[in-house]
Write a protein that binds this ligand. Structure first.
Ligand SMILES: *[C@@H]1O[C@H](CO)[C@@H](O)[C@H](O)[C@H]1NC(C)=O
Ligand SMILES: *[C@@H]1O[C@H](CO)[C@@H](O)[C@H](O)[C@H]1NC(C)=O
Ligand SMILES: *[C@@H]1O[C@H](CO)[C@@H](O)[C@H](O)[C@H]1NC(C)=O
Length: 363
């Protein structure tokens, strides 16, 4: 096993983003409610992977915000995947099941004292070929809170940096740095799931996300729409065109909607009236426009489905199940795998809502 040394980047802005998005995800658990189709039965026992703390990182001065040591969950690869690495940046705790969702609001983020001792690996982290056809036998590691890893030495065949939500944003922001950790001979790419946080105009005419992050980070460099055209490493953007986190927190937060006109719609898309749907179509158009330059590069991949969702790669039901969301009959796992291994060009953009009946809407 290669030594993995954690050097901490610990960007204040990212950790702040992680905390904010985590709060959302704990309440809206993917697969917890909504209109997920019946008949999706998880196969076999869930894979639980233990937490490894890294005391040596502390010796190098790399510690979490409160001084505890950083940690990761690693499930070793095997066979043809033994020298390939999937490195997942945790976006503040997506929830695969109740067991991995125990953080309370009072829990301090960025502390290994509060880290889950075990984490369920599913979706893109699954070790079963029937659940994860292209990456199941890779080394799969989730780096918690204090992100950033260093891979030194030879013998790395392939690597994919991934993450959802704040982790997806981190994957975008750190993609080229991640690439630089490996020798040129290693095939390195990045996947950002639900990381396309747009600098969008909210329902009150303001820019909620912008004011939210004001002063935290250099704004221009926070919004992925400004970053993705400049990434040189091949990148895949997976996002719901009607990202529910953004609808609730960026487009129609209570502050921008004092009369509560959006209250029902933002928590249940079937309660949106035609004017609200029209507004959301505008958001989708803005997302597609922001992706034009990115999309024109043949090395990049896209899967923008017209679902009300947030994070679709770590949930088995949305990643690769019998009833997973598709675009052109292709599931997300297949699309990402075909892009990563260059089996085909992947520029999947769904027709506008409500045309897609394969969605797993989270509202
Ligand atoms: C994971 O942790 C549990 C509980 O501490 C322990 O029983 C188990 O042996 C550990 N598994 C591995 C693979 O280290
Ligand atoms: C992206 O590249 C362009 C052209 O080189 C540059 O002007 C711009 O500042 C870059 N954007 C970011 C966010 O680095
Ligand atoms: C969403 O709204 C529809 C239509 O009013 C209703 O039938 C459905 O039960 C609601 N879903 C949830 C999860 O509340």
């Amino acid at each position: 096993m290669k030594a993995m040394r954690v050097l901490l980047l610990c960007l204040l802005g990212l950790l702040t983003a992680a905390g904010v998005v985590a709060g959302y995800q704990l309440r809206k658990r993917p697969g917890g409610s909504g209109t997920v189709k019946n008949g999706v039965v998880p196969s076999g026992a869930p894979l639980l992977v233990n937490l490894t703390l890294i005391p040596s990182a502390a010796a190098q001065g790399a510690v979490c915000m409160d001084g505890t040591v950083p940690g990761y969950h690693l499930h070793p690869g095997f066979g043809s995947g033994a020298n390939s690495w999937l490195v997942n940046l945790e976006g503040g705790g997506w929830c695969n099941n109740v067991g991995t969702c125990r953080f309370s609001k009072n829990t301090k983020r960025g502390s290994s004292n509060y880290m889950e001792k075990q984490m369920q690996f599913s979706g893109i982290s699954s070790n079963k070929p029937e659940e994860n056809p292209d990456f199941y036998n890779w080394n799969r590691v989730t780096v918690r809170y204090c992100d950033g890893a260093s891979f030194t030495g030879e013998g790395y065949d392939a690597a994919l940096l991934s993450g959802c939500s704040a982790g997806g944003l981190a994957s975008i922001l750190h993609c080229d740095e991640f690439r630089a950790l490996f020798p040129q001979s290693t095939k390195v790419k990045c996947l950002a799931d639900a990381g396309l946080f747009l600098d969008a105009v909210d329902v009150g005419g303001g820019r909620s996300l912008r004011s939210f992050y004001q002063g935290v980070v250099t704004l221009h460099c926070f919004f992925p729409q400004n970053i993705v055209p400049n990434i040189t490493t091949p990148t895949f953007l997976l996002n719901a065109a009607y990202d529910v986190w953004q609808i609730q927190k960026s487009l129609a937060p209570d502050k921008a909607d004092p009369a509560g006109y959006w209250k029902a719609c933002k928590f249940n898309h079937s309660k949106c009236d035609s004017k609200q749907i029209q507004f959301l179509q505008g958001f989708r158009n803005e997302m597609l426009n922001a992706l034009q330059g990115f999309s024109s590069s043949s090395k990049n991949g896209l899967f923008i489905n017209s679902c009300f969702a947030h994070c679709q790669s770590f949930n088995q039901d949305t990643w690769y199940g019998d009833y997973s969301p598709t675009i052109g009959k292709k599931r997300i796992a297949t699309s990402v795998g075909d892009w990563y291994f260059e089996r085909s060009k992947e520029k999947a953009i769904d027709c506008a809502y409500p045309c897609d009946n394969t969605c797993h809407h989270l509202l």
